[in-house]
Design a protein around this ligand. Structure first.
Ligand SMILES: [Zn+2]
Length: 175
């Protein structure tokens, strides 16, 4: 290999490392945004639930709000599961994980937790956060009102995109 092509290779390697770092920062920002959006949606749902319960209580009418409440609670569960997935992804971007015993953030490669001394599983089997596949499956089985269908479709698309990204990442690692 001549000097120039060696130099070219070095430059592209350096660029690759920088690009990877930039994309990690962008990914983290995107995940944090998603978490904040979900948190705000959850807050709105809690308000909605509270309002319904209040109105039913005050009016003392025999209206049945259980179906609506059920739906809103399921939405909160789906949003919370998404937050868990995002948090896990953020840690993975930083090569970190959460100790299953004390819940402190530690290095992914730690054999023992530096805080509580818990022995860490070497495999990734300790993950408690739901995979996008699981969240998607859960979402498919949820009964949702027609006016909320669009929202459901958006979440579904996001999850599918996430799954596709994961698959592509795995393919790249195999090659
Ligand atoms: Zn620990």
């Amino acid at each position: 290999m001549d000097f120039l092509s060696k130099l070219g290779k070095k430059a592209s390697e350096a660029y690759g490392a920088t690009a990877e770092k930039t994309s990690k920062i962008a990914k983290e920002a995107k995940l944090k945004m998603k978490i904040n959006e979900n948190k705000s949606d959850i807050k709105d749902l809690y308000t909605e639930i509270g309002k319904k319960v209040y109105e039913k209580h005050v009016r003392e009418e025999n209206i049945d709000i259980s179906t609506e409440l059920e739906e809103e609670c399921t939405k909160i569960d789906v949003l919370s599961a998404e937050i868990e997935t995002c948090l896990k992804s953020i840690l993975e971007l930083k090569d970190q994980k959460v100790c299953p015993k004390c819940n402190k953030t530690i290095e992914k490669t730690s054999a023992f937790c530096p805080y509580c001394g818990e022995k860490q599983e070497e495999t990734e089997a300790t993950e408690e956060a739901k995979e996008p596949e699981a969240v998607l499956e859960e979402l498919e089985t949820v009964e949702i009102k027609p006016e909320n269908e669009t929202e459901k479709e958006i979440v579904k698309e996001e999850l599918q995109e996430e799954i596709k990204e994961e698959e592509e990442k795995e393919k790249k690692e195999e090659n």
